[in-house]
Design a protein around this ligand. Structure first.
Ligand code: SAM
Length: 289
């Protein structure tokens, strides 16, 4: 039975193993059964599913996942947590714990071996310092993914959902929305963790699109254009693109591409929608060929 959501049980485990939290691994363990249940429900896990959990900690959410899913692989970087996980997950025979850095794991291979290459579900209470590389790594490597349900810093969850005109809108919003539909599930206050983080958190579910919502001639070029536009937020789009230097076109020609898009030449990147970024990348693509 899943018992670790209760703070008393978490403290008992931590004391038994004299566990010291490691700041460098972003260790804030969940101690709220209500939030744990909401995460499992939002992830829509069934007994058919294979779930990859990133950063199981002492196994609190892992226990819930083992009860809901067919099979679970939990990837934990901190070697000190491995004997603890062995103990807290002893009653489950559908879980494998890997003592690895998730950024070095071949997730496609894992999906192939454990789920016959079919789309997997990812669930994680992420260490905040590697949220973006983990999410972008999962999407860009084209690992077969059904959904990613993750706890992230509240501000990052907001950024993933925003559109043009918002202060939070940026390269992460566009990248996430190109690959998936983001929905904030619940906001989570610091009091739900041990130790308490300094910032608020939120659970967000990213449901992978079967097809991207826009069509581009080159995904690589689309993301270069997006990155160039937000690298220098206070500059105009034309200056941002020209200063980025990866397009092989002088500023005047990049300006011509922007005009062809039908927007003012002094527009800033933050005013463009995903659809417009896609069109602009296609115009630059054609202009170069
Ligand atoms: N899932 C647990 C919970 O909810 O109580 C722990 C969440 S804690 C915020 C993040 C976990 O990710 C920690 O256990 C930490 O050691 C682990 N972690 C940090 N960096 C990692 C990495 N690169 N690869 C795998 N796990 C990592």
């Amino acid at each position: 039975m899943a018992t670790l959501g209760n703070p008393k049980n978490t403290i008992a485990v931590l004391q038994k193993y004299q566990f010291n939290f490691q700041k460098k691994f972003g260790q804030n363990f969940l101690i709220d059964t209500g939030i744990l249940e909401e995460i499992i429900e939002a992830a829509q896990i069934t007994k058919d599913d294979f779930v990859l959990e990133i950063g199981p900690g002492i196994g609190t959410m892992t226990q819930y996942l083992c009860e809901a899913a067919r099979a679970v692989v939990a990837v934990e970087i901190d070697t000190n947590l491995i004997p603890i996980l062995k103990d807290t997950l002893a009653e489950y025979n559908n879980v494998d714990v890997l003592n690895e850095d998730i950024l070095k794991v071949n997730i496609s291979k894992l999906a192939e071996e454990k789920n016959n290459g079919k789309p997997i579900k990812v669930v994680a209470n992420l260490p905040y310092y590697i949220t973006t590389p983990i999410i972008m790594g999962l999407f860009e490597s084209h690992v077969p993914i059904d959904s990613i349900t993750i706890m992230v810093q509240k501000e990052v969850a907001d950024r993933m959902q925003e559109g043009p005109g918002s202060k939070e809108y940026g390269a992460l919003s566009l990248a996430v929305q190109y690959y998936a539909k983001p929905e904030i599930v619940v906001n989570v206050p610091p009091s739900c963790f041990m130790p308490q983080p300094k910032v608020g958190s939120a659970v967000i579910r990213l449901t992978r699109h079967s097809e991207p919502p826009v069509t581009v001639k080159s995904e690589k070029l689309l993301f270069q254009v997006i990155r160039a536009s937000f690298n220098q937020r206070r500059k105009t789009l034309a200056n941002g693109l020209a200063n980025y230097g990866a397009f092989g076109l002088p500023k005047e020609e990049l300006q011509a591409c922007i005009e062809k898009l039908g927007v003012p030449v002094n527009i800033r990147g933050e005013a463009l929608s995903l659809e417009q970024f896609a069109q602009l990348s296609n115009i630059i693509y054609d202009h170069r060929s």
